[in-house]
Design a protein around this ligand. Structure first.
Ligand code: SD4
Length: 296
């Protein structure tokens, strides 16, 4: 049994999920609970309620969950629900589709019994107003993705979670409010299967965080799992994706991408473009925050 989450707040999410995962719970439930923890954390400004809005002041959430190529669900551009991860799970379990977006996703959520709520907190609104007042950044050039550890305490990043349960079942999930002050309508890598998340039960799982456009342009999580399939170890699989990003796209000093990769037998690895990425690791013997290798 093992649960791995992105960034330092992943420790809290792992702990929230552990009771369910151990001793014989399901990895699918565990990854959903971990994401729900981050989605409800109002001090976390890049996931769920309390997330930073787009350039127009509207919060929109993206999320996905996956067990296998046949069992996966996602939602994008969700503006009125606190737990997009649970709506993504409902898409997976109760529809014939992979991804629902915008109004349709919200109508589906209401029909499934999810309660609508306002996602923009006073704090996030205040920060957005400050951003708007500076006039420094145009909507087409939203706030860059920096390392969480360089940001003020209390500001966090997207949650990505991979878990392996006592039955040997792998599951993955991720949830985000996306890039702060993005152009309205922008959807990132998190709800696109194969970009921020991919799980093949026979081969392994990968989840990505950071600048979504960079990850989307190389199908990052899928590429990592394909590297595993070719025999790479999990850290090398993550590094292969980061090198592909580096080779194919111009990077700014602020661009960050982190990946966690897990094999079905519990061997895992991680890497990031730059220093600062953290992986929260919890199993029966440890509860740690680790700083993985970086390629730049
Ligand atoms: C996105 N990948 O929407 C997300 C944001 C993120 O750490 O992961 N930030 O681009």
């Amino acid at each position: 049994m093992l649960i791995l989450s992105t960034w330092s707040f992943g420790q809290r999410a792992n702990r929230a999920a552990w009771e369910t995962l151990s001793p014989d719970g399901s990895s699918l439930d565990a990854v959903e609970i971990a994401c729900r923890d981050a989605e409800s954390d109002l001090s976390n400004h890049t996931v769920g309620k309390g997330g930073r809005p787009d350039a127009s002041g509207q919060v929109s959430l993206d999320s996905s969950i996956m067990l296998s190529p046949a069992k996966r669900g996602a939602v994008a551009y969700v503006r009125r629900f606190e737990h997009p991860i649970s709506i993504a799970r409902a898409v997976m379990e109760r529809t014939a589709h992979v991804l629902l977006a915008g109004d349709g996703a919200e109508q589906f959520a209401l029909a499934q019994g999810f309660k609508a709520t306002d996602l923009l907190t006073d704090e996030a609104r205040g920060q957005w107003e400050e951003w708007r007042a500076t006039g420094e950044m145009q909507p087409a050039h939203p706030a860059p993705i920096r390392n969480i550890e360089e940001k003020p305490p209390g500001s966090h990043d997207t949650i990505g979670v991979l878990a392996l349960d006592s039955h040997g079942v792998l599951a993955g999930a991720c949830s985000t409010s996306g890039m702060a002050y993005k152009l309205p309508g922008r959807v990132g890598d998190s709800p696109i299967i194969g970009h921020a998340l991919y799980v093949d039960p026979r081969v392994g799982a990968a989840v990505a965080t950071g600048h979504g456009e960079l990850v989307m342009s190389v199908c990052g999580a899928f590429l990592a799992v394909e590297a595993l399939r070719r025999g790479a170890n999990p850290t090398d699989a993550a590094v292969e994706v980061l090198k592909r990003i580096q080779q194919t796209q111009p990077l700014t000093d602020n661009d960050q991408v982190g990946l966690i990769v897990l094999r079905p037998e519990g061997i895992w690895g991680a890497a990031s473009l730059r220093e600062g990425f953290k992986v929260a690791v919890k199993d029966s013997n440890r509860d740690e925050l680790m700083a993985p290798r970086h390629v730049l």
